[in-house]
Design a protein around this ligand. Structure first.
Ligand code: AKG
Length: 266
């Protein structure tokens, strides 16, 4: 059985577009992931939220191992099937008492992946609470059409690199906060409307969102890269990521020069 979802949970995911809380890491494992990230920040002088936001699993070996964790993949398998690619991953660190927030958006708007057999597993390396800006979703919106998006107002603290947000009114009262203990995770559908308010607490909020796709998914206009993390890929729609042998492996950076910290910051 492992960590596969029960039929009622799969049904709830299909109806609502998200599922939480799901047990995943122990508290000790969650702390070890935080420690590894903070240790890397100290050694490199870089900020995790900037540098590890894009394909963090190809940068830090501890994250590469995590995207292969059977406890996550069992749950993911229950919603997208036994053949699983990790297309990307994003570490969202919210600093204490900081205005940074994530504007309401649908991932499908930015990613161009079709069909929508794409799910994010959002793993909490620290508790995710109302006070520290837990992620919010609007249930059922994954079944709505794709909404238009537009640039956020100038100077906004929207953490999304594109600085865009959904261009229709979202009633904040409809948002459900995905509260998680450290080590727990949530799943959210690629089309669900989601976002998160600022962190008003005295500690960092850590969420690691891992993007998984079934191999029949395609990206509009491009052949993306991905890591096969379970099963097989008989479709060939994704090029195969190199395997990182350590943190910021030069061989990986040779394939993806834009993953280099200094370029990412610009
Ligand atoms: O971590 C957050 O608050 C937002 C995460 C998010 O937008 C995502 O995982 O797609």
């Amino acid at each position: 059985m492992g960590n596969h979802l029960a039929p009622a949970q799969v049904e709830a995911y299909r109806r609502d577009g998200y599922l939480h809380p799901l047990d995943c890491l122990s508290r000790d494992e969650a702390r070890r992931h935080r420690d590894a990230i903070e240790e890397w920040e100290r050694a490199s002088g870089e900020k995790a939220t900037l540098i590890l936001r894009n394909k963090g699993h190809l940068k830090l070996r501890v994250l590469y191992d995590l995207v292969h964790d059977a406890r996550i993949l069992d749950a993911v398998e229950s919603v997208i099937g036994p053949d699983i690619l990790c297309w990307s991953s994003s570490l969202f660190v919210k600093e204490p008492r900081d205005d940074a927030y994530v504007a309401w958006h649908q991932d499908s708007y930015y990613w161009g992946l079709e069909p929508d057999d794409v799910v994010s597993a959002w793993v909490a390396f620290a508790p995710s609470t109302l006070e520290n800006g837990a992620m919010q979703v609007v249930p059922g919106t994954h079944r709505a059409p794709q909404f238009p998006h537009a640039k956020s107002s100038p100077g906004s603290a929207n953490m999304l690199f594109t600085h865009e947000e959904i261009a229709v009114d979202v009633d904040p009262g409809q948002g459900r906060s995905l509260l998680l203990d450290e080590g727990q995770m949530s799943l959210h559908h690629v089309k669900i409307v989601h976002g998160s308010p600022p962190n008003r607490s005295a500690a960092r909020r850590y969420g690691y969102a891992i993007r998984y796709a079934a191999p029949h998914v395609r990206q509009r206009g491009d052949q993306p890269w991905a890591t096969l993390v379970r099963g097989r890929d008989d479709h060939g729609n994704f090029r195969r990521d190199p395997v990182p042998r350590g943190d910021f492996d030069p061989e990986v950076l040779a394939v993806f020069p834009n993953l280099k910290p200094v370029q990412h910051r610009a």
